[in-house]
Design a binder for this molecule. Structure first.
Ligand code: GDP
Length: 348
């Protein structure tokens, strides 16, 4: 079989052709502003790409999107697998769309990058909501690090908001630090819990309760109803032990049944109340600004680390220091200092 010989010229023309087919930043932004789901999905794919040329284009699209004012609410939802997150999000999402709100569902699932497969990635989830014209569902981006996944999700939030989505639901599962990163990109953080036998507070990470603006005891139905009431009382007591939040909001405990669609409206009303309170006292805006500043600092830190790690001199000096440490010739702290001094000298 004859194979086409690839000359530099044919390669250039191929690149030109594929570039022509690529959608421009302007068209992407306009499509997003029109609420075109296919264009939104394309833009998110661009944000998720790790190619340098995509990175620059994605940044331009994000910049365009940032200029579009919106009044969105970002809600983080977490809970162990099986607690009912997708069932809950589906019914919450449908309730919102029935109120004429547009809902986007994003996810942060650090397991999606690992070979064992994702916890949240099941395609059959939220089937009804997925068909709703006013809903947009996107599975978790994959990436080598939680930081990378988080950045991509954060930027996708901006794109969804520019596309007119009023409520952004960010789902996560309590793996590693995933709850903390989701907390740092949302306005309201909801923890879903189950009522179970024994001490309700056992086995729950203290930091998560501290982060939660509300705890919802799901599966409060059938024979579980009584246990759910007890769990609700117990969590309410426990929450009182925490110091009050700076934003003036007192975290609430509610119960619901995602399958029977009970308690969902109350949760929504509570979130609306939260938004009202924090918008009035200025903490809603303040929190977003602080989140942006933190993300900036964190991104610079990550990029600086990457910058140095990629330098050949870094690896060489690091190896030298590791050997010296192994031979007990230098203390680890002094070795770190030597590495930084030598590296800055070499990079000058
Ligand atoms: P996720 O892993 O947290 O996303 O949980 P799913 O939404 O997939 O739900 C896990 C199982 O719990 C499914 O079989 C659901 O039907 C069931 N489930 C979810 N919510 C409720 C509820 O409110 N009551 C009852 N009885 N079952 C529920």
């Amino acid at each position: 079989m004859a194979t086409e010989k690839s000359t530099p010229n044919s390669t250039v023309s191929k690149i030109k052709q594929s570039r022509k087919k690529e959608i421009s930043v302007r068209n992407l932004a306009d499509g997003i502003f029109k609420g075109d789901k296919a264009v939104l999905a394309k833009a998110i794919t661009l944000v998720e790409s790790s190619k340098q040329e995509h990175f620059e284009k994605a940044n331009s699209v994000i910049e365009e999107c940032l200029s579009k004012p919106n009044e969105s609410i970002r809600i983080g939802i977490t809970g162990v697998p099986g607690v009912g997150k997708s069932t809950f999000i589906e019914v919450l999402g449908k309730t919102l769309t029935s109120l004429n709100k547009k809902v986007a569902v994003l996810a942060v699932d650090p397991t999606s990058s690992l070979s064992k497969g994702s916890i949240l990635g099941d395609k059959t989830r939220m089937e009804t909501l997925a068909k709703d014209p006013n809903a947009f569902i996107r599975p978790s981006p994959s990436g080598e690090s939680l930081g990378g996944v988080a950045r991509k999700t954060r930027e996708s939030i901006i794109l969804c908001e520019a596309a007119g989505y009023d409520v952004i639901l960010v789902e996560t599962v309590g793996v590693g630090q995933s709850e903390t990163v989701v907390h740092s990109m949302v306005d309201f953080f909801l923890l879903l819990k189950l009522s179970g036998a024994g001490d309700e507070l056992q086995g729950i990470k203290r930091g998560i309760v501290e982060m939660a603006d509300a705890i919802a005891i799901n599966k409060a139905d059938g024979s579980n109803l009584k246990k759910a009431k007890l769990a609700k009382a117990e969590f309410s007591r426990a929450l009182h032990l925490y110091p009050p939040k700076e934003n003036g909001w007192i975290p609430k405990v509610l119960s619901c049944s995602a399958t029977e669609n009970t308690g969902i409206r109350e949760i929504l009303e509570m979130i609306q109340e939260f938004v009202k309170v924090t918008r009035e006292n200025g903490h809603f805006e303040l929190n977003r600004k602080n989140q942006n500043k933190n993300w900036f600092v964190q991104t610079v830190d990550e990029q600086l680390k990457l910058f140095f790690h990629q330098k050949k001199a870094y690896k060489r000096i690091q190896q030298k220091m590791l050997k010296a440490i192994e031979e007990n010739k230098i203390s680890p702290f002094y070795a770190a200092q030597v590495l930084l001094d030598d590296l800055t000298k070499e990079l000058k």
